[in-house]
Design a protein around this ligand. Structure first.
Ligand code: SAH
Ligand code: SF4
Ligand code: F3S
Length: 486
């Protein structure tokens, strides 16, 4: 076992060197094209889907910037456009196809433009076939297991003049240490594991992200230490089922133990994680959260349905009662916690009674917010083959009812009015440039008067007013700023 991990590392080192070679090659090519055109080249990356994809996109952008591209948000002025796709629901796929048509029109005016597609949708053979036959203007297609190869694939595209397709079936090597371009200087996602072994019957993720694989705690700690040295105050630990972390390691480590180690990192101020699974939520994890000074006051705990009958068909491996007991236990140990969830409406065979059970859970669990999704049939999953799919109009009607019940439950947010709370300032407010937007530890946003100098700082804010999903406030105490000057 030990030997194999050394070999794996060696393989990764070789793969890293290979990619650094292609990065250099691409750099030469970019500077050549840039001289011809008399301007710098630009790249535009678009991310669909979850935080894992967002983190992957930071790695992809890191490579593109290293090659010499300048980032832009405008597709029409980009020399390479890269879509990191999601396929969790049919809608995600439709959006990508729709935008590809639009990109084709831009490419006609700008023929040297490169269009690259990667991510979960590309792991589906049908999608790749469709791109090969009907979207010939797409230059590069790769999947979720080989994002580190972007420079090599780009170089191959330029060399061959043909569409380059490279899809792997599983992780062959994890290449660490390639350049990464973080979206925020002060917070970062950190992968603690890849893939998923749960096979919830509706879900395509295990098929497109492969088997669960945890990273070594040492590697995770080292990455976070580097991030902190680089100014990061908050990390979000990422995995499809974070609380099953460590089970497949040579020396198993639990998620709670990992959190205890991460807590010790000096300079790190906030720890978040996404997503825990109710079936693996241990008392130890709740205790670590209760006792921690850094773990945020928020847990996103997807329930999916309130009906134990449906939960069984979904292969979630917990019951309604078990879920509600967990909620009670969590609220008892961490009274101020904010709980959020995911719910699917219209899973095959969902009856009115099943749906009522879901409404009951929403009322009883008092979620701070719930992401509700209409069930989407995903090819190859067990649920897609189930016979009694629920008619669209019934699903839509239930979806609307769930929204109404959910909205009443949200009034719970009012509880912070009149309090002073520490918040991490993230951005200038989208709607008013004299304001900033910040996040409380419970993940709720607050807007208040402030300048860009506050970004990346934790400041105390007085919560004046709750407006449903967010707060308006004012700064309670001027902080000693730690970052850049105006
Ligand atoms: N690993 C996480 C969530 C991954 S996908 C977990 O287990 O909680 C994010 C959310 O998308 C899921 O929680 C689920 O609510 C929703 N989802 C997944 N597959 C879906 C499908 N086929 N149709 C509708 N919603 C789906
Ligand atoms: Fe999908 Fe279930 Fe895995 Fe989450 S735990 S990614 S819902 S299979
Ligand atoms: Fe979508 Fe892939 Fe995430 S399917 S939700 S981007 S793991």
């Amino acid at each position: 076992m030990y030997q194999s991990s050394i070999n794996e590392r060696k393989l990764s080192e070789e793969a890293l060197e290979r990619q650094l070679f292609f990065i250099e090659k691409c750099k030469e090519k970019v500077s050549e094209i840039s001289k011809e055109l008399g301007r710098p080249l630009k790249c535009c990356t678009q991310t669909f889907g979850c935080q894992m994809n967002a983190r992957d996109s930071e790695k992809l952008l890191g490579i593109l910037e290293q090659i010499g591209y300048l980032p832009t948000d405008e597709e029409k002025e980009a020399d390479i456009v890269l879509y990191n796709t999601c396929t969790v629901r049919e809608n995600a796929n439709l959006r990508v196809y729709g935008r590809l048509g639009h990109l084709n029109a831009i490419k006609k005016k700008n023929p040297h433009m490169i269009i690259a597609l990667c991510g979960c949708m590309m792991q589906e053979p049908d999608v790749v076939e469709k791109i090969k036959s009907s979207y010939k203007f797409v230059d590069i297609v790769f999947g979720t297991f080989n994002i580190f190869k972007l420079a090599e694939l780009l170089f191959n595209r330029w060399n061959s003049g043909e569409q380059v397709i490279d899809i792997w079936e599983e992780t062959r090597e994890i290449v660490e240490e390639l350049p990464t371009q973080r979206k925020y200087s002060f917070k970062s996602g950190v992968n603690i594991m890849f893939g998923c072994n749960n096979f919830c019957s509706y879900c395509i993720v295990p098929y497109v992200r492969g088997r669960e694989k945890s990273r070594e705690p040492k590697e995770i700690i080292r990455e976070i230490e580097h991030l902190v040295a680089d100014g990061v105050k908050e990390v979000m630990l990422l995995g499809q089922n974070v609380n099953s972390y460590g089970k497949t390691l040579e020396k198993p480590v639990s998620f709670a133990e990992l959190l205890r180690e991460i807590e010790k990192i000096e300079g790190l101020e906030r720890i978040r994680f996404m997503t825990p699974h109710p079936k693996d939520l241990s008392d130890d994890l709740i205790a670590v959260m209760r006792d921690s000074k850094k773990i945020c006051n928020h847990m996103h705990l997807p329930v999916q349905s309130g009906s134990s009958r449906l939960l069984k068909l979904m292969n979630r491996r917990y019951t309604k009662e078990h879920y509600l007991e967990l909620v009670e236990k969590i609220r008892h140990e961490i009274p101020d916690i904010s709980l959020t969830t995911d719910i699917i409406v219209g899973f095959p065979g969902e009856t009115e009674e099943d749906f009522e059970e879901t409404l009951d859970v929403v009322r009883r669990a008092k979620f701070d917010s719930a992401y509700t999704f209409i069930y989407s049939k995903r090819t190859g999953t067990p649920a897609a083959a189930m016979e009694n799919q629920v008619p669209e109009d019934i699903v839509k009607e239930r979806f609307d009812r769930l929204k109404t019940v959910g909205e009443t439950a949200h009034s719970i947010n009012e509880r912070y009015v009149g309090k002073v709370l520490p918040v991490l300032v993230e951005d200038i407010d989208d709607h008013d440039s004299s304001m900033v937007t910040a996040r409380m530890t419970n993940n709720i946003l607050v807007h208040f008067k402030g300048t860009s100098r506050l970004i990346g700082n934790i400041v105390d804010v007085y919560m004046d007013e709750c407006r449903g999903f967010y707060y308006m406030g004012h700064i309670a105490k001027q902080p000693a700023l730690q970052n850049k000057e105006d």
